[in-house]
Write a protein that binds this ligand. Structure first.
Ligand code: AMP
Length: 383
């Protein structure tokens, strides 16, 4: 049974003026934000149409039809899901303030806006072209060369809405699969990057403009879904300055408050920006145990106008996503230095339902413990 949320709104003895934070979205990111908010005397409430969402465990959930009621109970707003309709975001922003600002959503909701901003800020990104028709797709294939990645500009996640065109014969198939999306927005054709690895950087900016960076982490995907994050990314010190400079430009340009994530490809020529997420991110879950102050707590601190916390690493760690099916939690927890976070979601193919952070007392045993955890996962997702 979900915890009763009634007391959250009747008793809150915090002496900080901001007490209730309205979060757009109610998934596991919302749940973990609310967890980190509780000790700070901050309470979260959620705007989410799925009543069974993970965040229901720690805060009241309002449907989008209840936007006005939601707006009345919150001191300020934030988000854990960037595809909230821009109009609702702007309404709340004008009401008492949305952190991050809606212009960050405007950018992150559309891959073309994102890539154009990277160019404007001199952040190296993939070569790309907008595609509005079958003819324009042909032109893009000729100009960018094959292979290329054709993507919907809006609404794609976990590798959905993408087609890698490897040869001329696949152009028609790709158009048949994705062309329909051009009725609402153009597609984007991106040059295919032969990267050696994928990394991300998470940073947080306060209301006073202070910025703190988490270390670069390395990410592994299976069928477009994040499966593993290694924190910090091994042998990445030489990439840190470029990653920090990139994300700093974005944070300052957007007058951003809160946690921002930038996903990057590592190539022989340095880092190439892929996309941003204007929120806490799956590649930062390790920070709950692995950093002095987690991405979730730092986001809450920033949004509530509190001082930021230390982003230093406590100990190297690896985070594994549990996808589709739950393992035996008892077997996982029997291993030294292993932390389990379930999201109270139904099992479903391809769905992120929990994550595990591995940081054994003896750091030398990290790889060995990761192997033991992987053996216990019913769904290994290529690990
Ligand atoms: P995205 O939704 O843009 O994060 O893409 C999902 C995954 O597809 C990325 O994590 C990469 O592994 C791969 N990918 C995306 N864009 C490209 C690209 N332009 N070149 C090569 N691989 C890509």
């Amino acid at each position: 049974m979900p915890i009763s949320t009634a007391n959250f709104y009747t008793v809150n003895h915090s002496n900080h003026p901001i007490k209730t934070i309205g979060i757009l979205g109610g998934g596991q990111l919302g749940l973990m934000l609310a967890e980190s908010a509780l000790p700070l005397g901050l309470r979260c409430t959620f705007l989410e149409d799925a009543p069974n969402c993970p965040a229901r465990l720690l805060g009241k959930v309002y449907s989008s039809e209840q936007l006005d009621d939601f707006a009345k109970v919150c001191d300020i707003y934030s988000l854990e899901f960037e595809n909230t309709p821009l109009n609702s975001a702007k309404f709340l922003e004008e009401n008492t303030g949305l952190f991050p600002p809606s212009k960050a959503l405007f950018i992150a909701q559309d891959r073309l806006n994102e890539k154009n901003l990277f160019n404007e800020l001199d952040i190296k990104t993939v070569p790309f072209l907008a595609v509005n028709s079958r003819d324009e797709l042909q032109t893009a294939c000729e100009n960018l060369g094959l292979p290329l990645v054709l993507k919907t500009t809006r609404g794609g996640y976990d590798g959905k809405g993408q087609f890698v065109i490897k040869n001329d014969e696949q152009i028609d198939t790709a158009w048949a699969e994705l062309g329909d999306a051009t009725k609402t927005a153009p597609l984007i054709a991106e040059g295919f990057i032969n990267f050696s690895r994928e990394v991300s950087i998470i940073a947080v900016r306060s209301k006073t403009g202070e910025i703190r960076y988490y270390p670069l982490v390395e990410n592994e995907h299976y069928n477009g879904i994040l499966t593993k994050t290694t924190a910090p990314a091994p042998n990445a010190e030489h990439l840190t300055a470029q990653a920090q400079s990139n994300i700093k430009k974005l944070l300052e340009h957007l007058d951003y408050v809160g946690v921002l994530t930038l996903e990057l490809f590592v190539t022989d020529d340095g880092l190439i920006a892929n996309e941003i997420a204007p929120r806490v991110h799956n590649s930062g879950h390790w920070s709950i145990e692995g950093a002095v102050c987690s991405q979730f707590e730092n986001h809450m601190r920033a949004v509530a106008g509190l001082p930021l916390g230390d982003t230093s690493v406590v100990k190297p760690s690896v985070m594994l996503n549990v996808i589709g099916q739950y393992p035996s939690m008892a077997d996982i927890l029997a291993l030294d230095g292993v932390h389990y976070h379930g999201y109270d979601k139904e099992e479903r193919t391809g769905r992120k339902i929990a994550h595990i952070t591995i940081m054994p007392t003896d750091t030398e045993k990290l790889d060995e413990t990761v192997t033991k955890v992987v053996e216990l996962l019913p769904n290994k997702m290529g690990l």
